[in-house]
Ligand binder design. Structure first.
Ligand SMILES: Cc1cc2nc3c(=O)[nH]c(=O)nc-3n(C[C@H](O)[C@H](O)[C@H](O)COP(=O)(O)OP(=O)(O)OC[C@H]3O[C@@H](n4cnc5c(N)ncnc54)[C@H](O)[C@@H]3O)c2cc1C
Length: 384
C-alpha cells in the first residue's frame, strides 16, 4: 500500500483490518443486508480485535491508538461493508468518546469497562421525532427527585440502541426552562436494564441494513444524580463537540465506500468487453475512473489532515465538517459512476455495488445533513 501520510503502525493496522474485512465480513455482507440482520458474531470479533476501543487510552482499557488509526480502520471496514463500519464508528465516536471526554473519574471507571472488555455497545441519543437538525428542540425531560433523575421522552433513529449487545445510551434531555423560550439542555448516562427503558428495532431501512438502528422510549426512567455527564446546562456543548469527532468517522465511511466502489468499477471496466475492447478503453469511462480516483485522493488528504489536527490537539471542527461534507458527497458521485460502469449488472442484487449505492445515502444525512454542514462551515468562517 502506497500511502505516504501513514506510518508503519497505521499501515500494519490497515492491512490487518483489510484482511478481516475481506475474509470475515465480505462473505456475509450481502446476506446480512438482505435479511436486515445485525451480526453479534462479527461485532464480538471486532471487539476482540480491539476495533471497538481503538482510540481510547490504554489506562481505560482502550488500544491507545491515535485518531488516524481509528479512521483508517473505519475506512477499511467501509470499503467492504458500511453496516459494520457504522457499528464501530458509532460506538467509538458517539458512545465512548463523550464518556471519556466529559466523564468524571468515577463515571469512566464505572462505564468504560463494560464498553471495552464487557463487549457492550453504547449509543448516543440526540435525535427525536421533533428534534432532528434542530437538536436544541429536545423534548425528553429529566427532573431531579430525591437524588435521582426521572427521565421521560423518546429518541429515534439511534445506532446501537436496540441489539442484544446494547448496554445503554447517552441522552440529551431538558433539565430546566430558563425563560425566553430557551431550554436548559443536559446530558445523562442511562443503562439499558433500568426499569422504564424500552427499545424497538427499525427493520425496514434502505441502508446500513446490517447495523442496529432503533427507537428508544424512556418512561419514568430513574437514574442516580451522578449519571449527569458534565455540568447541568452543558448538554448542547457536549453533544455538538461529540459530533465534531463523529464527523471524522462518517467521512471515513464515505472514503472507504468510495474506495471500494472505485476498485470494483476498475476491475469490471477492465474485464467487460463491448465493441471488442474492455469498456475502460473508451475515453469517457477512463475519464470517469480518473475523476473518481482524483476525488478519492482529495477526500483522503482532507480527512487525514483533520485527523492530524485532532491528534495535535489543535482545533479541527471546521476541517472535520469539511471532510464529512466533501467525502459524503463525493462518495455519492463515485458510487453512482461505479454503478453506471456496471450497466444493468450494477442494478442487480447479486452485485455489491447496489448495496454501496444505497449505503452511501445516509452519509449525507447522519450527524449533520449536507445543508447543516454548510451552515456549520459558514459559521466557522465567521459568517452569521
Ligand atoms: C441510520 C441512521 C442512524 C442514525 N443514528 C443516530 C444516532 O446514533 N444518534 C442520533 O442522535 N441520531 C441518529 N440519526 C439521526 C440523524 O442524525 C438525523 O437524521 C439528522 O440529524 C437529520 O435530522 P432529520 O432526519 O430529523 O432531518 P430534518 O432536520 O427534519 O431535516 C430535513 C431536511 O431539512 C433540511 N433542513 C433542516 N433544517 C435546515 C436549515 N436550518 N437550513 C437548511 N436546511 C435545513 C435538512 O438538511 C434536510 O434536508 C441517525 C439517522 C439514521 C438514518
Amino acid at each position: 500500500m502506497n500511502e505516504p501520510l501513514l506510518n508503519e503502525k497505521h499501515l500494519q493496522l490497515k492491512a490487518q483490518v483489510r484482511e478481516f474485512a475481506e475474509n470475515e465480513i465480505r462473505p456475509l455482507a450481502a446476506e446480512l443486508d438482505e435479511h436486515s440482520m445485525f451480526s453479534t458474531e462479527l461485532t464480538r470479533k471486532m471487539f476482540e480485535m480491539g476495533l471497538l476501543r481503538i482510540n481510547l487510552p490504554e489506562e481505560y482499557g482502550g488500544m491507545g491508538m491515535d485518531t488516524l488509526s481509528y479512521i483508517v480502520a473505519v475506512e477499511e471496514l467501509a470499503r467492504v461493508d458500511g453496516s459494520q463500519a457504522a457499528t464501530v464508528a458509532a460506538h467509538n465516536s458517539l458512545g465512548i468518546a463523550p464518556i471519556y471526554n466529559y466523564g468524571t473519574e468515577e463515571q469512566k471507571r464505572k462505564f468504560l469497562p463494560m464498553l471495552t472488555t464487557g463487549q457492550k455497545l453504547w449509543a448516543f441519543g440526540l435525535t427525536e421525532p421533533n428534534a432532528g437538525s434542530d437538536s436544541n428542540n429536545t423534548e425528553t425531560t429529566a427532573e431531579l427527585e430525591n437524588g435521582q433523575w426521572v427521565i421521560n421522552g423518546q429518541k429515534i433513529y439511534i445506532t446501537n440502541v436496540s441489539s442484544p449487545m446494547s448496554g445503554g445510551i447517552t441522552v440529551q434531555v431538558v433539565t430546566g426552562n430558563p425563560g425566553g423560550g430557551r431550554k436548559e439542555l443536559s446530558v445523562i448516562l442511562v443503562e439499558r436494564d433500568t426499569p422504564g427503558y424500552s427499545v424497538e428495532t427499525i427493520m425496514s431501512k434502505m441502508m446500513w441494513r446490517a447495523a442496529d438502528t432503533g427507537k428508544l422510549f424512556l418512561d419514568h426512567v430513574k437514574v442516580p444524580q451522578e449519571n449527569l455527564l458534565g455540568e447541568k446546562g452543558q448538554g448542547a456543548k457536549i453533544m455538538l463537540a461529540t459530533l465534531d469527532g463523529g464527523r471524522l468517522s462518517i467521512a471515513a465511511m464515505g472514503l472507504g465506500l468510495a474506495q471500494g466502489a472505485f476498485e470494483m468499477a476498475m476491475e469490471y471496466a477492465s474485464k467487460r468487453i463491448q465493441f471488442g475492447k474492455p469498456i475502460r478503453s473508451f475515453q469517457i469511462n477512463s475519464f470517469k475512473l480518473a475523476d473518481m480516483a482524483t476525488k478519492i485522493e482529495l477526500a483522503r488528504n482532507l480527512l487525514y489532515k483533520a485527523c492530524w489536527l485532532k491528534d495535535q490537539n489543535l482545533p479541527f471542527g471546521k476541517e472535520a465538517a469539511m471532510a464529512k461534507l466533501y467525502t459524503s458527497e463525493i462518495s455519492g458521485e463515485v458510487a453512482n459512476d461505479a454503478l453506471q460502469i456496471y450497466g444493468a449488472h450494477g442494478l442487480m442484487k447479486e452485485n455489491p455495488i447496489e448495496r454501496f449505492y444505497r449505503d452511501q445515502r445516509i452519509l449525507e444525512i447522519g450527524e449533520g445533513t449536507s445543508e447543516i454542514l454548510r451552515l456549520v462551515i459558514a459559521r466557522k468562517l465567521g459568517i452569521r
